[in-house]
Design a protein around this ligand. Structure first.
Ligand code: NAD
Ligand code: NA
Length: 398
């Protein structure tokens, strides 16, 4: 079978396994060349949301960078089925593990619903068996639209909406190569509450409680969750919208986790990341014009970073310098994005951008290219005219 990109709106319906492998190799090489830093580095790491985006980049940075960490990665992905080839994250897990094993690194993939009791038990068992009983760092990088209510089994569903006002904006459509007008009505109270349930800090805290109760956290254990704040332009749809409510809840959860970890001298951290093309972010209506402008400006200044550059800078830079925090104690790897010169130029581009000129004003080629690469397409090292043997793919296990 020859695998080609299949895009529906902003969702990829196919992925190229060997392109996913190329993406893993590319990220690994960027972490291998990372300089060693002076502080203590985590040796045993649990990554929740490990198969793509920031979670995958965290795992690669910590395993293949100077930390040389043993990792357990939890994700929700699927392989070959009658529905298709499976998800990019499925192959990312497989090829990460393969590369880690060849490098002599311990790595375990757990594919399952991070909200389920079963997955919690599998993680506990794996920490005992594969990591000698404890972890030094828990990376919380889940991004999802639904979370089951543990009491009722019914689902909470997030809604990406402004709060208190209607927002008019544009969203990109990668299938039609168009910028489409979107009008987003304000969220209802229930939509705000459910988004906080899904993307706030409750599940992060409950994971830390579970691990703490089972004595699976080492002395001085740390945890980090990822956040976004962004500039004025995105505030109506993000920071002041439902997602912002969820992120504020996530930030406040840090205090609860710090209290929980006090007796083991552990710490909870929030790293505020930059806006990037991921499976999750292209879904945020109204955000893409900003991504198009931001990519153009940051690339022109030589400051563009992908997930792996961000995570290398986090774990081998900002992380080590406890004084390098903002007034609220947040780690800011969105510092370059929010520089005045970057924002001034991005705003100037946004003021000019229309559905007719967005491919020229913004970095459409770059943003689309990254989106395709997330799904294993557009790598020079892969021959996309080659047949892929589905039976062989089926035999690959994460
Ligand atoms: P992503 O979609 O690339 O990754 C999400 C991960 O969560 C995947 O590994 C997926 O398998 C896993 N996952 C989802 N539901 C799951 C479930 N039920 N059980 C187990 N695993 C599950 O997303 P991302 O963009 O890397 O987002 C990660 C975090 O980074 C989020 O908190 C997000 O808000 C934050 N962040 C993203 C951006 C951005 O621009 N992309 C910027 C700042 C912060
Ligand atoms: Na992730």
């Amino acid at each position: 079978m020859i695998i080609q990109p299949k895009i529906q709106g902003v969702v990829a319906r196919s992925c190229h396994p060997f392109g996913c492998q190329a993406a893993i190799f590319e990220q690994i090489s960027k972490s291998l060349s990372q300089q060693s830093s002076s502080g203590t580095l985590p040796k045993r790491v649990l990554v929740l949301g490990a198969s793509s985006g920031f979670g995958l980049a965290s795992r690669i940075a910590l395993a293949f960078g100077p930390a040389k960490a043993a990792t357990i990665g939890v994700s929700f992905e699927r392989g070959v089925s009658e529905k298709g080839i499976g998800s990019a994250g499925w192959y990312n897990n497989i090829f990460f593990h393969d590369a880690a094993e060849k490098a002599g690194l311990i790595s375990t993939n757990i594919v399952g619903d991070a909200f389920s009791a079963e997955t919690h038990e599998q993680v506990a068992k794996s920490i005992e068996q594969d990591l000698g009983g404890q972890v030094d760092l828990v990376v919380y990088s889940l991004a999802t639209g639904i979370r089951p209510n543990p009491e009722t089994g019914e689902f909470w569903r997030s809604a990406i909406r402004p709060v208190g006002e209607t927002v008019e904006g544009y969203s990109v459509n990668f299938e039609k190569n168009s910028l489409d007008k979107v009008s987003l009505p304000p969220a209802t109270k229930q939509e705000i509450d459910e988004t906080v349930k899904v993307m706030g800090g409750e599940d992060w805290l409950s994971w830390m409680q579970f691990l703490s109760e089972r004595n699976l956290l080492s002395k001085g254990c740390e945890t980090v969750a990822y956040s976004y704040i962004g500039p004025e332009y995105t505030h109506a749809i993000y920071h002041k919208g439902t997602l912002g409510f969820a992120k504020t809840h996530l930030h406040n959860t840090r205090d609860d986790i710090n209290t929980l970890l006090k007796n083991i001298e552990g710490t909870a951290n929030i790293a505020v990341c930059k806006a990037l093309v991921t499976k999750a972010s292209v879904f945020i209506p109204g955000l893409t014009p900003y991504l198009l402008a931001l990519y153009r400006v940051m690339k022109a200044k030589g400051l563009h970073e992908g997930c792996i550059e961000q995570m290398n800078r986090l774990f081998y830079g900002k992380w080590q310098d406890a004084a390098d925090r903002d007034a609220e104690g947040l780690i800011r790897i969105d510092d370059w994005e929010l520089r005045d010169d970057i924002q001034l130029q991005a705003n100037a581009l946004l003021a000019e951008m229309t559905p007719d000129n967005f491919t020229k004003i913004g970095d459409y080629e770059g943003v689309l290219g990254e989106f395709l690469q997330l799904n294993g397409f557009e790598f020079n090292s892969v021959d996309y005219t080659q047949e892929v043997d589905i039976e062989k793919l089926k035999a690959l296990r994460p």
